[in-house]
Ligand binder design. Structure first.
Ligand code: SF4
Length: 326
């Protein structure tokens, strides 16, 4: 089992971080990561301890480096934090993300992505392609590009986005890597799995070929228009436009705490005569916002968190523009 685990994870990158932690003579270091790699966090904790560094593990899993837990680690007396699984997250309002020394150890998933691309590349019809994906597979972006070019495609690499640091990297809240090049391509090739991220890329209005190493095939996310999403949000605002009480939610997670957006949304709502209540919580659960007698909330936290909520209306700050038109 130990052997299998070590083959799946890139211990070289961890060793580099470990050497830096030792050079800095840190006594205690925090460890944080997403669900699915918890056994690795225990393994890393063992290695820290073997090297004379006391580990402290952040219990709750994290969905992204937006939820950097440096303050929790510091409260436990740690000198640094190793954030496993994600690249550095840039705050869209340029707020400082690190109070403590933070080492990012992006997790690269050791699945046969290139095998899937080679076996199924005939499914890709378009010639000019944009290449994007999630960080778990972006270490193979160069190989994928070379392979696709060898098959006669013209490949445009994705850029970095507003919140991302790796070229071509897409987050659920930031498909800027794709949007920035969508005018140059006919379709996108996405390296990764699940519908969450490909659906963001499809909002460029282009077809997305998902090279999925879990499904072991290339499947297609059809083009979607950002305007559909905007129209749906406008409809929600208009439905509740006569309500007196409006809520604004943000998160206490560093990368999801958008105070400029809170201020802008509050001003806009007050301009329209609303009573505005601002809420903050670490994670956003719909049940927490029931019972206040408020039917509509403006989401100034992770834009994805509220997308599937059913009972209450959640809208982005941008959707409030429609209030000026009624
Ligand atoms: S989509 Fe949400 S959870 Fe994911 S990185 Fe963006 S803010 Fe964080």
């Amino acid at each position: 089992m130990e052997q299998e685990t070590r083959q799946q994870f890139n211990y070289e990158e961890f060793d580099e971080v470990l050497q830096e932690l030792k050079q800095n003579s840190y006594d205690k270091v925090g460890l944080q990561g997403p669900d699915g790699i918890k056994p690795q966090l225990i393994d890393y904790a063992d290695q820290l301890r073997d090297n004379g560094i006391e580990p402290v593990i952040i219990g709750a899993s994290t969905f992204g480096a937006c939820g950097i837990a440096d303050e929790k680690a510091e409260r436990m007396g740690a000198d640094a934090l190793v954030h496993v699984g994600h690249t550095r997250f840039l705050h869209p309002e340029r707020a400082d993300m690190d109070d403590l020394s933070v080492y990012y150890l992006p997790y690269r998933e050791d699945r046969d992505l290139m095998g899937v691309l080679k076996d199924h590349h005939d499914d890709i019809e378009e010639e000019e392609l944009g290449l994007v994906g999630v960080t778990q597979y972006m270490d193979r972006a160069e190989q994928a590009r070379e392979f696709l070019e060898g098959q006669g495609h013209e490949v445009v690499d994705g850029t970095t986005g507003l919140r991302t640091t790796e070229k071509g990297q897409v987050l659920g809240c930031d498909a800027g890597a794709a949007h920035n090049i969508s005018h140059k391509v006919e379709a996108f090739v996405f390296l990764g799995s699940g519908e969450f991220h490909p659906s963001q890329v499809s909002e460029t209005g282009k077809k997305v070929y998902v090279v999925d190493p879990y499904e072991r095939k290339i499947w297609v996310e059809p083009p979607n228009s950002l305007d559909d999403e905007t129209q749906a949000e406008h409809a929600r605002v208009l439905k509740y436009k006569d309500r007196e009480k409006w809520g604004i939610i943000t998160s206490s997670k560093k990368g999801q705490n958008y105070m400029q957006a809170v201020g802008i949304a509050k001003d806009k709502l007050e301009e329209h005569g609303k009573d505005v209540y601002v809420f903050v919580e670490d994670r956003i659960f719909e049940a927490d916002y029931k019972g206040y007698g408020i039917d509509i909330y403006v989401n100034c936290a992770c834009p994805r968190m509220t997308k599937d909520f059913q009972d209450l209306a959640f809208v982005s700050p941008k959707a409030l523009e429609v209030l000026d038109e009624v």
